[in-house]
Design a protein. Sequence first.
Length: 402
Amino acid sequence: MLDINNIEFFGKVETPFWFYDMDLLRNTVEKVASLASRYGIDVHYAVKANEEKRILEYIASKGFGADCVSGNEVMNAIGCGFPAERTVFAGVGKSDREIAEAVRAGIGSFNCESLQEIYVINAMAARLGIRARVSVRINPGVDAHTHRYITTGTYENKFGISDHEFSDVVTLLKRCRWIDFTGLHFHVGSQITDVREVFSLVCERVNPIVSYFEDNGLEVGSINLGGGLGVSYEDPDGEPMADFETWFGTVASGVRRREGQTLHLEPGRSIVAQCGTLVSRVLFVKVGETKNFLVLDAGMNDLVRPALYGAYHKIENLSARLRPNLPQSQAYDVVGPVCESSDVWGAGRLLPLSVRGDLIAIRSAGAYGQSMSSRYNLRDPAPAVYSDDMHGARLRTEYFQE
Ligand SMILES: *Cc1c(COP(=O)(O)O)cnc(C)c1O
């Protein structure tokens, strides 16, 4: 939680910056680790959600594997302490260089998304003289009831292999001498909040598909249900932890596992979203024709989710906490400085009366925040500040008061 001590410290720091609550990260990771051992589920952290070294090293130290979607992610994850054999590489478009590096690194599996990809990996493994482990990503045709940009498991999406190709996949895998088939992979989308409903449906689709592959002579060693567990963007303090219990319970009871078969999950967002806050300052208060604007020094290049997905993030005026008893009564359009009309943090947000220099927290920003940031408008990358040691912060050197 952001307390008064944080706020006083934040006042000395140059904004915008990412603040990571490491206690919350540890509590979350420990919760997941304990459920994983209770249900016998193997957890791989989806590194694209947040790739800060310190966060990766901590998660790796807790015995998680890594789910990667590029060659650089694979090499970075291994460099941060994830064992190569517990690192998997997914994605529809792996380049030759990425495949070769990952084969050489001896990763746990390539999650293949097309027949041609399986063929190419086999050929490259043969050339390198190193066997490659491959699992097959299936498109289960399940709608995750989430935003269309983060739905991945319907037939409209580019991801995975669909039913009509199953028999060709089986034939091809049997012919590939440089490939060891390890299992099946399913990932239907992200920010899934109907957890029980969606994952029960996924399990109903997964069981017959696993049987099909085994009946056709391919041993499915691992069943991987991907990630996708949603978090509460509305109430990060009330619900700091995602509903891991329901998720683990639903998949553990829904997937039929035979002796020796492992079950995998790949949470990204639900591990890191709530521990991160983007801390910003009000640059200007602008009185418009029909509305008032708060112009912040953080923009869509820092956190693109609102502009990209229309995503909601809770916005708080931290400085107003030090001015007691101010009601949340002013409606502001809270906007960023980037030259795009979509650079809006929230329209018509009710906040206490806000003034130039106020610290503004954009909450639940730990996932797909810093990792998706860019330097658009040639803006400086916002640095990370960790609750454990706040010395890394760049202190403010100069500023002007009105
Ligand atoms: C992005 C991704 C995940 C993580 O999804 P979250 O919604 O962040 O949990 C898991 N698996 C694969 C293959 C992914 O691409």
